[in-house]
Write a protein that binds this ligand. Structure first.
Ligand code: FES
Length: 376
């Protein structure tokens, strides 16, 4: 072990690679440090400060996500001073907006004045759509934080677009969405606007997202640690995270093979999220992959083949439709030769299905006229 690249965390020595932060070394070695604004694959901003740790000899606590490990550092991740600081940060964050989740389940007799004030906030009766999957809620429970300050009412009304809701009253201005938009998707559609307690994530000069450079990839929704960015379908279907079954599958919109989770409630897809731990997309998706799933249960969706007769379509069974197509192809091939037929396959089909289509075209029909919609 190269003695120069050693740090001590909670009395144990660990080696580090050049460029690693304290958080990187701790996480790699199974030492838990809470994070909120930290976003893998993006530059750490150190803005929420929940990841603070104590470094021997340093006057102030440092943010572990943005402080590089350096030789000889002696770090404490859970000292009383660290815990106290994290609790204060959580109290401030919970007081920064509409975070009523911690009081929903309590017996009203036990409520403090603060909690009663929280329940006066407009919309308090609606349970947060991120309930059970909110990192702020998790941390408040973990550190047993009781709200101490009067919650602040948001000055900004919620904003709606065709795909998701931006609820500024639940935003903790951690900046993960800004990092995801600018550094991961590189769309540069959102940034911080205003100052101090009025800070807000804005698009252009605070335009609605629909009038901005946003392409609605939903990367911001995926990384939001609280209930500030939530897909519309989750709100309209009143879905709570613990009510869905997640099924992992491959997005079928193009050939990239993005890994997705379908969130299913009552046998219907109510949300799609990217799988973060794996290639090729590491959680990222495009607008179609993330939001284009309504066709699955749409009433206009064709579920049976249609055969046109006397200018009108009628529903048919698959056997009848396949026999008809097979006979027509046979007829055309016999009359005009195999090269009079051409096949176009689809980017929406799987590689295996496209392989079968070319095999059928070449081996069964006897022509090389096979192409793919991605080339059109
Ligand atoms: Fe480190 Fe927010 S996670 S400052």
């Amino acid at each position: 072990m190269n003695k120069e690249n050693i740090i001590t965390i909670n009395g144990q020595e660990f080696s580090f690679e050049s460029g690693e932060t304290i958080l990187d070394v701790a996480t790699r070695n199974g030492i838990y440090i809470p994070t909120l604004c930290y976003l893998k694959r993006a530059t750490p901003t150190g803005s929420c400060r929940i990841c603070v740790v104590e470094v021997e000899g340093a006057e102030n606590l440092v943010t572990s996500c943005s402080t590089p490990a350096s030789p000889g550092m002696k770090i404490k991740t859970d000292s009383p001073r660290v815990i106290e600081e994290r609790k204060t940060i959580l109290e401030l964050l919970i007081s920064s907006g509409n975070h009523n989740c911690l009081i929903q389940d309590l017996d009203q007799q036990e409520w403090t004045d603060f909690q009663l004030k929280s329940m006066e906030i407009k919309g308090h009766e609606q349970i947060c759509p991120a309930y059970g999957e909110c990192r702020l809620q998790d941390l408040a429970i973990r550190y047993r934080v009781k709200p101490r300050f009067r919650p602040k009412e948001s000055e900004y009304p919620p904003e709606e677009n065709p795909f998701f809701i931006r609820d500024f009253s639940r935003c903790i201005v951690c900046g993960r969405c800004v990092q995801a938009c600018n550094e991961i998707q590189v769309n540069n559609a959102i940034s911080f606007g205003y100052r101090g307690a009025e800070s807000k994530v804005i698009a252009k000069e605070d335009y609605p997202l629909t009038n901005s450079d946003c392409v609605f990839c939903g990367e911001c929704v995926q990384v939001c640690p609280v209930g500030a960015l939530v897909p519309k379908s989750v709100i309209t279907n009143k879905v709570l995270p613990n009510e869905v079954k997640k099924v992992r599958t491959t997005c079928s919109y193009c050939g990239v093979g993005c890994q997705i989770y379908l969130h299913i409630k009552d046998n219907k897809v109510v949300e799609v999220t990217g799988v973060e731990e794996t290639a090729p997309n590491y959680g990222s998706l495009c607008v179609k992959g993330r939001f284009g799933y309504e066709f699955i249960n749409h009433p206009d969706r064709l579920k049976k083949p249609l055969i046109k007769e006397n200018g009108k379509f009628r529903e048919a069974e698959w056997d009848e439709a396949l026999d008809l197509v097979a006979n027509k192809l046979k007829e055309i091939k016999e009359k005009f030769g195999p090269d009079s037929i051409g096949f176009l396959t689809s980017a929406r089909a799987t590689n295996e299905e496209n392989y079968i289509a070319q095999k059928f075209t070449r081996a069964t029909l006897g022509t090389n006229n096979i192409d793919h919609c991605a080339r059109l």
